[in-house]
Design a protein around this ligand. Structure first.
Ligand SMILES: Nc1nc2c(ncn2[C@@H]2O[C@H](COP(=O)(O)OP(=O)(O)O)[C@@H](O)[C@H]2O)c(=O)[nH]1
Ligand SMILES: [Mg+2]
Length: 238
């Protein structure tokens, strides 16, 4: 099945070469799409240099400004659908996600799952390198969202995922308004409410060694606001 891994980037010049090379080493039939938001550190220049080695399967979209993570994914998903990819994966650029798992994603989709999630919150899943505050914030936000939205999935914000293209027959990308980490929450909610078959596989998330996290207080607030909006919409439908 034609598979693309979408990697959104903002100031990842120190990381991008490694993650691209490692991913192609894991599986050289994959395609990679980088969606860069005109990073001031010239991440896209690094990608262009690598395109001479990977002429057919390394793709780059450079947007003219920082429009956010969710909107970068929507741009990537639309490109993937237009280019007839069957499997559409998401992965971070900073080395936190081990690309080895992509082959496992493909295996489960072949077994009939519609969505596979690299999960830090099931048995054998781990997070390495976060401080205690980030652990507490992430754990409590995730537990709260799970109960509030009545979700079965444990890792709601994981950015390491694979979708079968058929989910986009039911999920209209133009209706998704969340843009930061809430984007992952909203996508997952829509997948569960549309009864798609979801598989979580255990991963070890290793916090970035280079560059800075782009998580802001605004993202955390958006996570809760989106949660409330989704719930209000449920009541409106009744
Ligand atoms: N294109 C784009 N990528 C972004 C943006 N914000 C974050 N990213 C990328 O999204 C991924 C996850 O962000 P990161 O800062 O590592 O988040 P954290 O791991 O939760 O701290 C990384 O590959 C970032 O470069 C954005 O506004 N635009
Ligand atoms: Mg990260």
């Amino acid at each position: 099945m034609k598979t693309v891994v979408i990697i959104p980037t903002y100031n990842e010049a120190e990381n991008i070469k490694n993650i691209i090379m490692e991913t192609f080493q894991v599986n050289n039939s994959l395609h990679i799409l980088i969606v860069d938001d005109n990073s001031p550190d010239k991440t896209s220049e690094k990608v262009k240099q690598l395109q001479s080695s990977y002429t057919n399967n390394l793709h780059l979209i450079t947007r003219d400004g920082k429009y956010g993570l969710g909107s970068a994914y929507i741009t990537g998903f639309k490109w993937a659908l237009k280019n007839k990819f069957t499997l559409i994966c998401e992965m971070d650029a900073d080395g936190s996600h081990n690309p080895q798992h992509i082959n496992e994603f493909i295996k489960y989709i072949n077994q009939g799952y519609d969505v596979v999630i690299g999960s830090r919150r099931i048995k054998d899943g781990h997070i390495i390198g976060w401080n205690i505050f980030r652990h507490i914030a992430s754990f409590s936000a995730m537990k709260f969202a799970k109960i509030f939205l009545n979700l079965k999935t444990e890792d709601i914000t994981s950015g390491f995922r694979c979708y079968h293209k058929k989910i986009f027959d039911k999920i209209n990308l133009d209706n998704i308004k969340s843009n930061g980490y809430a984007f992952q929450e909203e996508m997952l909610y829509l997948c569960e409410k549309n009864n798609f078959k979801i598989k979580e596989i255990a991963i070890t998330f290793v916090d970035r060694k280079k560059g800075k996290s782009k998580l802001t207080l605004k993202d955390i607030l958006e996570f809760f606001i989106v949660m409330i909006k989704l719930k209000i919409n449920e009541y409106r439908k009744i």
